[in-house]
Design a protein around this ligand. Structure first.
Ligand code: NAI
Length: 342
């Protein structure tokens, strides 16, 4: 490929800029043909006198279609609406795809975990519609639409089909939320019957499903659920394979895709140079594979495979950051990966 492919980079807040810098360093060292267009969002944008979710950032992702994003801080119990939720809604990034895999060199209770969480990303309890209906009484609306539930069901089955995965499990609570989660289940059943009748799927009530997931995650393949459940189960599943430092993600719509780690801005360790950049780097690898699929350009795939082999070797050589029991800083870990690139 002679030219560089433009991707928007949003460093974000807290550990965001640190892990972004380390990730870009590895992407560059692997020869990924990328041109970075840096844009701000979150507290970083506010500090520059901009909106938390600047229109210019949204427009830039719409123009270039692909972004790599660091985490953005959201105030608890007050203040602005989550930048992440805003971005996913504005760009209609309705599917979060989050692979959760065991890594050699990261010992955990279970080996051979290889599951993928497909999370509906724009509806559910994260609709942000909250009201104080009377003094001391507040409501949060859980939104489920036919359109939203059918498109995420279709995306989950497509994922199984295209990636040669084996089985879909749908987590729900339709015994209690009979209408909203009931619609979710109906849509899965409808899309399955009409478009993917030969793919196996089952449904599990989420509380019992979580118990089974922590008892033996190797029994699961692809998990589909609405927004809030997906948020919680993603972190739970991260804990099964080494923590938030090793779980990447993508937010995919029909037009645009934003790649970001599952973790947040980790204010407790921000500025110390010790954050694990691997989850964002893995998200970068997902971005390279996406670019390979959408452009047909082989050099993206080559860079992705090179980086994956290098970080696997780095971990297998016991070179790790503190969250995984090692002692390397963010930069030292990035350098250790770069040293192992082909
Ligand atoms: P968090 O994911 O930022 O941190 C949870 C724990 O995991 C902390 O102890 C942190 O130090 C550790 N951790 C997370 N990422 C790590 C990494 N790469 N390396 C080493 N340790 C890591 O979750 P928390 O504390 O609940 O949220 C902090 C802020 O992040 C909040 O404002 C929240 O709204 C925001 N957030 C943003 C997300 C996004 O931008 N996509 C996602 C989740 C949270």
């Amino acid at each position: 490929m002679s030219s560089q492919f433009p991707v928007v980079v949003i460093p974000g807040d807290g550990i965001g800029p640190e892990v972004t810098k380390a990730t870009l360093k590895v992407l560059d060292a692997a020869g990924a043909p990328l041109e970075y267009i840096e844009k701000q969002a979150g507290l970083a944008a506010l500090e520059q006198g901009d909106d938390v979710m600047p229109q210019d950032t949204v427009d830039s992702v719409r123009k270039h279609h692909v972004a790599l994003k660091g985490p953005c801080t959201t105030p608890v119990g007050k203040g602005f609406t989550s930048v992440n939720v805003q971005l996913r809604k504005k760009l209609h990034l309705f599917a979060a795809i989050r692979p959760v895999r065991s890594l050699e060199g990261v010992p955990t209770r279970f080996e051979n975990v290889d599951l993928v969480i497909v999370r509906e990303n724009t509806e559910g309890l994260y609709s942000g519609i909250e009201n104080e209906v009377a003094p001391g009484i507040v409501t949060s609306l859980k939104v489920a639409t036919e359109n939203g539930t059918e498109r995420i069901a279709r995306r989950a089955f497509q994922y199984i089909q295209n990636r040669d995965r084996k089985h879909l499990t749908v987590f729900h609570k339709a015994n209690i939320m009979k209408m909203s989660d009931g619609l979710f289940l109906k849509s899965v059943e409808k899309i399955h019957g009409a478009e993917f009748p030969s793919l196996p799927y089952d449904t599990q009530i989420i509380d019992a499903g979580c118990m089974k997931l922590v008892q033996d995650p190797t029994k699961y393949d692809v998990l589909l659920m609405e927004n809030f459940y997906g948020d919680v189960v993603s972190d739970l599943a991260a804990g099964l394979v080494g923590g938030l430092g090793v779980v990447p993600g993508s937010n995919i719509g029909h037009e645009d895709a934003v790649f970001e780690a599952v973790h947040g801005s980790a204010p407790d360790i921000a500025g110390k140079g010790i954050a694990n950049p691997l989850a964002l780097l893995m998200s970068g690898v997902m971005m390279l594979n996406h670019l390979n699929e959408t452009t047909g350009e082989q050099s993206f795939k080559d860079a992705a495979e090179n980086i994956k082999a290098a970080y696997n070797k780095t971990l297998a050589d016991d070179q790790k950051t503190g969250d995984l029991g090692g002692s390397l800083s963010t930069d030292q870990f990035a350098d250790a990966i770069i040293k192992r690139l082909a």
